[in-house]
Design a protein around this ligand. Structure first.
Ligand code: HPA
Length: 270
């Protein structure tokens, strides 16, 4: 808690006491939303005390504070993944700082593999629920009572109102918006064919290596969450093929304008 407060104070002191309303975490290949932000402050992760430093080449490692659609936002351009070797506490540290900065709602994006056969590469999927297959989670250990309860409720992990509003925005703008269950796996390797079959069998529509820890930390603090996946590769038995990071980035780039529009319009409405 001391570290969280120290980091929050540092950010407040270096942003003229900026109080963001929305927190946004951008996933692999999805950092360009920042182009739509009227940037007021940009802090490198490396300069923020106690902040982990991003190691993935496709993430640029900056905390951006500014206006998106006229609303005050704090954007993580680049997130921390469990597979990079961070502890779960490190992975969710920025989300907790966001809460202390005043953020009231969290928006998360990620790149994911498609398990639902009705999806296609570069589709957008709104998360309606998740399955956590990471080997641990950020709430294990002594509970931070100042942030939330020991046993947080997870029955409505993704805010139903935000999901409905996103559906309206998608319809108004002619965007195909899938919805479904996201399963988080540790990575960093992609899955075997048998693993993809298993993940589909247990009820997942998309699979990825992020999001769930941050969402758990946000729900612990009773923050409403909206999350969206870009389907970067299809993982059904008939469509699975070898995938390189470049393919994932290509599919993410293709979907990015739609995702950006969706988030911007959603923020305007809520
Ligand atoms: N599996 C896990 N994570 C992913 C995938 C996948 O197929 N695609 C993009 N992120």
């Amino acid at each position: 808690m001391q570290q969280l407060h120290a980091t929050t104070t540092y950010i407040q002191e270096n942003t003229g006491g900026f109080v963001p309303e929305f927190g946004i975490i951008l996933g692999t290949g999805l950092g360009a939303l920042v182009k739509d932000v009227e940037v007021q402050y940009a802090l490198s992760y490396a300069d923020i005390p106690h902040f982990p430093v991003s190691t993935v080449e496709s993430h640029s490692g900056k905390l951006i504070l500014g206006l998106l659609a006229g609303r005050k936002v704090v954007v993580m351009q680049g997130r921390f993944h469990y597979y990079e070797g961070y502890t779960m506490e490190q992975v969710v540290f920025p989300v907790r700082v966001m809460k202390l900065l005043g953020v009231r709602q969290l928006i998360v994006s990620n790149a994911a593999g498609g398990l639902n056969p009705s999806f296609s590469t570069s589709d957008l999927m709104v998360l309606t629920d998740h399955i956590n297959l990471l080997p641990t989670n950020p709430l294990i250990g002594q509970n931070l009572d100042e942030l939330g309860p020991r046993f947080p409720d997870m029955s409505e992990v993704y805010d139903e109102h935000l999901v409905r509003e996103a559906m309206v925005v998608a319809e108004d703008n002619g965007i195909l918006l899938q919805e479904g269950v996201y399963v988080s796996v540790p990575g960093p390797m992609l899955e075997t064919k048998a693993e993809y079959r298993y993940l589909r069998t247990i009820g997942a529509d998309a699979v990825g290596m992020s999001t769930v820890p941050e969402v758990i930390a946000a729900r612990h603090m009773d923050m409403p969450v909206f999350a969206i996946s870009v389907i970067t590769d299809m993982c059904t038995p008939d469509r699975i093929k070898k995938v390189a990071l470049s393919d994932i980035l290509k599919a993410a780039a293709l979907a990015e304008p739609r995702m950006t529009l969706l988030i911007r319009e959603l923020i305007k409405r809520i």
